[in-house]
Ligand binder design. Sequence first.
Ligand code: G
Ligand code: MN
Length: 253
Amino acid sequence: MTDPVARAALARALDEKDLLLVYQPIFKLATRELYGAEALLRQRRQSGEIREASVITEAAEEGPELFVLDSWAMKRAYADAARWHRRGPDVRLNVNLSAREFQEGNVLPRLTDLVSGCGIDTKKINLEITETSYIDEPEQTMDIIAELKKLGISIWLDDFGTGHSSMTHLQHFPVDGMKIPGTFVAAITTDERCRTIARSLINLGRELGLEIIAEGVEHQEQLDLLAEWECQYVQGFLLGKPMPLADFERLIG
Ligand code: G
Ligand code: MN
């Protein structure tokens, strides 16, 4: 871990429990029905202000704290989603998991413990693996993914196409879905190349039989293009911002 200030902030956040999750809704594009929500980590400042937790997550990314942080977020998200499911609505839960979890950190027993501890229906969990780092040890990763899938959990590639080895990941790992990054979606109406890239990614995902969520949808014109390309699911400020748990629970009724 390189930055001592960030590391201290992380230790304090884990200690003082000033972390929280917010939920951003994900919709079926064709019908505008709710599909699910992505759990996103936020930090509550002493002033009460809530902000993105990127300083903390970046600090955690390199050290052992990552596993503590991931476990904290998963435990909280699974407990929340188990409560939604007990009330009836069919809402998917997307949670983020660092690719590093597949190389070290015993993700399998930790995850098994977490899911059995809260009674969530594992078929409603989408694990998003961030694409930003190369997944080393493909064989080990493959075994873990196979076990996770046996538990009923779906595996998604987050920010697909921004990593160094996206196609290799698709080749080796039996993933269930891909997320088209907001950075691509942001330019689909203004940049010809970006439009081609995003449309091709959606076609690629469809031909591989994957589910697809386009992220970062902010404008109606973007939504219209994604609909024309038959992208299944959408997430973004146009449709719903990340919101506190209570607000999301009101949304699902
Ligand atoms: O890559 P990942 O899905 O983990 O990141 C999601 C992040 O993007 C969240 O922190 C969320 O607040 C942010 N976000 C969600 N929707 C939008 C959007 O429509 N526009 C922008 N700029 N950011 C978004
Ligand atoms: Mn994500």
